[in-house]
Design a protein around this ligand. Structure first.
Ligand code: LRH
Ligand code: MN
Ligand code: MN
Length: 392
């Protein structure tokens, strides 16, 4: 066990200031291509998604931003959405573009060889930038479903060129305080080749844009067995790790609650973050969730996820650095590994309960939310909630 008083003032500050951004779509109904099961009380519009996100922040004290996905969250009045969020103690964060659901994008969006369709996809991003200007968001996040299903279907090389040109036009439209965050994913919906399949491609594309081009690492977007924490360090060293999309996977892009499938991997990722000094809120790394709650209640699912990240972070912070440095210098493999495992196996939950008490929130966010009556209230008030994403 470890207590708050065991932390250095710096560790205490880092833990206390840690924030996680929530995805608006986690509050909507979602599912698989087989079935979307509705949850009573699901938000019917972006305003209700923001309200639910504010609940997560109220009980965890660590999720003060919510990302929007456009056009899923399209509204006539972004200033009202922004004011509503601020009134409830949160702000609107990253804006996610969506160029993967329109018929026109069947053969690609920013990479399409048809000028009209490529223009339409670029314009969709320019619209997102207008939204950002109204919401006060500083990051445009781009994930593309672009790719091909069969060898010979299109030129991989020509598509990379068109992607670079399209991204350059979008980048040029950003304000000086706004950045472009490019997300990679190794496959799906394309099965032969994907235009942004890995961190190397994403990095090369954003480096060609300028200093405000950064990479988003979605933990579910790698082949099984990939050493994700190694990629984290590579991107940090390049100064281009812009954000995480945290979630868990057992197979591919499962979008399950972060820390549920492999808490040790999450710890190892946070360990790289901590040792690089990238936990600080000014590090430029935005810690976001990208999840879908197909079976479980959505607000409790987001609460549990935020707490899982917080626990992994606390464990990453309490590693005995002095002993580890000595063991590493001595090439004492067993001792070094033992020190890391000691931290991972420490129960940090009582310490985090102390941290919450210090912030004036309930030490048990999950229980406190269930007791609050909010779920019962929305189940009664909201009829016909919205679907979040591309589930059937
Ligand atoms: C793609 C992805 C991307 C999308 C989100 C809904 O798989 O991870 O971040 O915007 O899912
Ligand atoms: Mn993602
Ligand atoms: Mn994904």
């Amino acid at each position: 066990m470890v207590a708050l008083s065991d932390l250095t003032p710096e560790q205490h500050r880092l833990l206390s200031e840690q924030t996680i951004e929530l995805p608006s779509w986690a509050f909507g109904n979602s599912g698989t291509r087989f079935k979307v099961y509705g949850t009573p009380g699901t938000p019917r519009d972006p305003f209700e998604k923001v309200a639910d996100a504010a609940q997560v922040n109220r009980f965890t004290g660590m999720t003060p931003r919510v990302s929007l996905h456009i056009p899923w969250d399209e509204t006539e009045d972004y200033s009202k959405l922004r004011a509503d969020a601020e009134e409830q103690g949160i702000s609107l964060g990253t804006i996610n573009s969506n160029v993967f659901q329109d018929e026109d994008y069947k053969y690609g969006s920013l990479t399409n060889s048809d000028d009209r369709i490529r223009r339409k996809a670029i314009d969709a991003h320019l619209h997102c930038i207008e939204v950002m200007n109204q919401t006060g968001s500083d990051t445009l996040k781009i994930w593309l479903g672009d790719g091909t299903n069969y060898p010979g279907q299109d030129s991989i090389n020509a598509r990379q060129g068109r992607l670079a040109e399209s991204l350059a036009e979008i980048y040029a439209a950003l304000g000086p305080d706004q950045r472009l965050l490019l997300e990679y994913k190794f496959f799906e919906p394309a099965f032969y080749h994907t235009d942004v399949p890995d961190w190397g491609t994403a990095l090369l594309q954003v480096m060609a844009l300028g200093d405000r081009g950064v990479v988003c690492l979605d933990t579910g977007h790698h082949a099984p067995g990939t050493n994700i924490e190694f990629i984290v360090t590579q991107l940090l060293r390049a100064g281009r790790l812009g954000a995480f999309d945290f979630n868990s996977r057992f197979y591919a892009d499962d979008d399950l609650m972060v820390g549920a499938a492999d808490p040790f991997q999450l710890f190892r990722i946070m360990r790289e973050i901590v040792t690089y000094g990238a936990l600080d809120k000014n590090s430029g790394v935005n810690f976001m969730l990208d999840q879908c709650h197909n079976l479980e209640e959505k607000i409790p699912g987001e609460i549990r996820s935020a707490l899982n990240v917080q626990e992994a972070t606390a464990k990453a912070l309490i590693v005995d650095e002095e002993a580890l440095a000595k063991a590493q210098a001595d090439h004492d493999v067993m001792a070094a590994n033992g020190i890391i495992m000691d931290a991972f196996n420490t129960d940090v939950r009582p310490m985090l309960a102390e941290l919450r008490a210090e912030k004036g929130i309930d030490p048990d966010p999950y229980g406190a939310f269930l007791r609050s009556g909010y779920l019962e209230k929305i189940r009664e008030e909201r009829v016909g909630g919205q679907q979040a994403s591309w589930g059937a």
